[in-house]
Design a protein around this ligand. Structure first.
Ligand SMILES: Nc1ncnc2c1ncn2[C@@H]1O[C@H](COP(=O)(O)OP(=O)(O)OP(=O)(O)O)[C@@H](O)[C@H]1O
Length: 227
C-alpha cells in the first residue's frame, strides 16, 4: 500500500496538505492533530472521497480515486466515523449490510475478518451485537464501529478520534489493535500521538490564512510502552 497526498486543499480550512503513507516496513500510522474546527474531520472525509478537495492530488498505489472508482476507493481507504449513524439496526445487521455492499466491488481482494472476535478483545460481549446501535453506550458503539472497520481489512483506516468515548483500559486495548494497521488517526492527545504514530500532521500549520509556509510534518518519536 502506498498512499500519496500532494497539496490537498479545502478552502477556507486548509491548503497544501502533503504526505505519504506506506506499509513497506509494516503498518504505519499518521496522526492528524490541530485545534477544534481546523478541519481534521473534513480532511479525512476528503481522503475517503466523501467530500471534495478544492485542489491537490491523492493516489493509492499510483491510481487516483477516479481510476479506482469511488466505491472501490472507499473500500480501500475506509472512514470510520466517531459516532455510528443513528440507526435502528443492530451492529450485526450493520456489518451484514456493509459486507454486502463491499461484495459488489470486484477490485477488492482483502478477506474480511470477524468483527465479533475483534471486539471481543475489547470487552464487547456478543450480546451487544444484537442490540440496536442507538441503544448502546457511546463507548460500546464506538468499539463496534471500530471492530467493523478493522474486520473489513482496508488498505488504510481513517479514524476520527477513535478512543474519544473510551476509558483508559479500553483505550489501551484498542490502540494495541489499531497500531497493527495502517491508519490516519485524528487525535487531540499528544500522548496518544506519541504512543501510536511514527509521524504527525499538524493541520494548524496548513491553515489557509497561515501565510506562505503551509505544511509542517512533525516527527513524533515512537514511545516504548514497555518502560
Ligand atoms: N457539512 C458542513 N457544512 C458546513 N460547515 C461544516 C460542515 N462540516 C464541518 N463544517 C465546518 O468546517 C469546520 C471544520 O470542521 P471539522 O469537523 O473538519 O473540524 P475538526 O478539526 O475535525 O474539529 P473537532 O476537533 O472539533 O472535531 C468547522 O468550522 C465546521 O463547523
Amino acid at each position: 500500500m502506498h498512499l500519496k497526498v500532494t497539496g490537498a486543499t479545502r478552502r477556507p480550512l486548509f491548503r497544501g496538505v502533503t504526505f505519504e503513507l506506506d506499509d513497506d516496513d509494516g503498518p504505519s500510522v499518521l496522526t492528524v492533530m490541530g485545534p477544534s474546527g481546523s478541519g481534521k474531520t473534513t480532511l479525512v472525509k476528503c481522503l475517503a472521497g466523501l467530500e471534495p478537495f478544492d485542489a491537490g492530488m491523492i493516489a493509492l498505489d499510483g491510481k487516483t480515486m477516479v481510476e479506482w472508482g469511488m466505491a472501490n476507493w472507499r473500500a480501500h481507504v475506509l472512514y470510520v466515523p466517531q459516532r455510528p449513524p443513528l440507526l435502528r439496526m443492530t451492529g450485526l445487521e450493520f456489518w451484514k449490510q456493509v459486507t454486502q455492499e463491499f461484495a459488489s466491488q470486484r477490485a477488492r481482494s482483502a478477506e474480511h475478518g470477524d468483527p465479533i472476535e475483534v471486539a471481543d478483545a475489547w470487552d464487547i460481549g456478543h450480546h451487544l451485537w444484537h442490540r440496536p446501535l442507538a441503544q448502546l453506550s457511546g463507548g460500546e458503539a464506538q468499539r463496534i464501529m471500530l471492530a467493523i472497520g478493522v474486520a473489513l481489512n482496508p488498505a488504510v483506516l481513517l479514524l476520527d478520534e477513535p478512543t474519544s468515548a473510551l476509558d483508559a483500559t479500553s483505550t489501551q486495548r484498542v490502540e494495541d489493535t489499531l497500531r497493527t494497521r495502517s491508519c490516519i488517526w485524528i487525535t487531540h492527545s499528544k500522548e496518544q500521538a506519541a504512543r501510536v504514530g511514527a509521524c504527525a500532521l499538524d493541520l494548524a500549520a496548513c491553515r489557509v490564512d497561515a501565510g506562505p509556509a503551509a505544511l509542517v510534518d512533525v516527527e513524533v518519536p515512537p514511545s516504548d510502552t514497555s518502560e
